[in-house]
Design a protein around this ligand. Structure first.
Ligand code: ATP
Length: 318
């Protein structure tokens, strides 16, 4: 008879995996009275995942390993800690949990890594504590934790409005191939928005475009054609991210120089996502970008990817 093996098969351990995201389109409106910027965005989850293993403990405890782990807090400010505390409060449960986070998504990279940890922690604690919340209820808690957390639960492709948390699933066909140019040092999302606020307007007659995702974007997604998708990639925050971090502009230009169909800043940056026509081209583009040494790390990923989900324990083949 085969026995479960691996960390997640330890007694009472729950292993959940949640994806990072890129923004294929990110349009930003002027700051409103509540201090937030209205957004119109298209999220797509990518095959770069955060792993969270939850085990019983007296209190809520966090440990972090993996990419840029030293930049991530392990106290109550960690988004996964906040997620566990919120679930406990919402369900009236007084249980602890140890959350072991393995990071792959860059920290403060504009790819929603902390949000993925929060989504994974919500699902892992729900399963460990047997609180049995419906996905929809987890989604409500996710929205309380941060604008990008609901998307990390659902994954795939979605339109985001409001602060990015009003999600509508979007239809996308096929698989897209990306080269991600990562930076060791992240960018603070509030600082990027502040820099965007301070950018000079194009002129007094400049009327802001309506804050919506165009039909051309939806058609490009449904076509599954990377050449069409390349034509609609846009991020209004790019100029602000470039101003704070000139290397972002270099990465964008270099990616296109070495054969990407287009390149876009993800979220508030500094990660740059370069779209390749296919997997072989993505590998070539990645090699060429590494040779240019414009990024601290270069990865090849695909999209779309599934949202937060339970990783079944690995079983020995008999
Ligand atoms: P977004 O695109 O959602 O604005 P991001 O991907 O740019 O976010 P994150 O990696 O999610 O950035 O984290 C931003 C900040 O939040 C970090 O600088 C870190 O101090 C803090 N933080 C809290 N919890 C986490 C976590 N679990 N992982 C990473 N950062 C976290």
């Amino acid at each position: 008879m085969s026995e479960p093996v691996g960390e997640s098969a330890a007694a009472g351990a729950v292993h959940v995996r949640a994806p990072g995201k890129i923004n294929l389109v990110l349009k930003v409106g002027p700051v409103s009275e509540d201090g937030y910027h209205p957004l119109a965005t298209v999220f797509q989850a990518v095959s770069l995942y955060e792993d969270v293993i939850a085990t019983p403990a007296e209190e809520i405890e966090i440990s972090v390993t993996g990419r840029q782990a030293r930049q991530v807090p392990t106290d109550e400010s960690n988004l996964a800690h906040r997620a566990a505390a919120l679930l406990a409060e919402a369900t009236g449960i007084s249980r602890g949990v140890h959350l072991q986070i393995t990071k792959n998504v860059p920290t403060a990279g504009g790819m929603g890594g902390g949000s993925a940890d929060a989504a994974a922690a919500l699902l892992a604690c729900d399963l460990l504590w047997e609180t049995g919340l419906a996905r929809e209820e987890l989604g409500h808690l996710a929205a309380e934790l941060g604008a990008d957390v609901p998307f990390a639960l659902t994954g795939q492709t979605a339109l985001g409005r409001g602060r990015g948390d009003e999600l509508t699933p979007a239809l996308a066909r096929g698989r897209f191939h990306w080269v991600l140019a990562l930076s060791e040092e992240g960018l603070s999302t509030p600082e990027v928005f502040a820099a965007w606020d301070a950018l000079p307007a194009a002129g007094p007659e400049d009327v802001p475009a309506p804050l919506e995702v165009g039909e051309d974007v939806m058609q490009a997604l449904v076509s599954g054609d990377p050449h069409r998708l390349a034509g609609v990639l846009v991020n209004d925050l790019a100029a602000a991210a470039e101003q704070l971090r000139p290397a972002v502009g270099t990465m964008l230009a270099d990616a296109v120089d070495v054969g990407a169909l287009a390149a876009v800043v993800s979220g508030s940056g500094p990660t740059v996502a370069a779209l390749a026509p296919d997997h072989a081209a993505a590998l070539e583009i990645a090699g060429a970008l590494r040779a240019k040494q414009c990024a601290d790390e270069v990865l090849v990923v695909t999209s779309p990817a599934p949202g937060a989900r339970l990783v079944e324990p690995v079983r020995e083949s008999s």
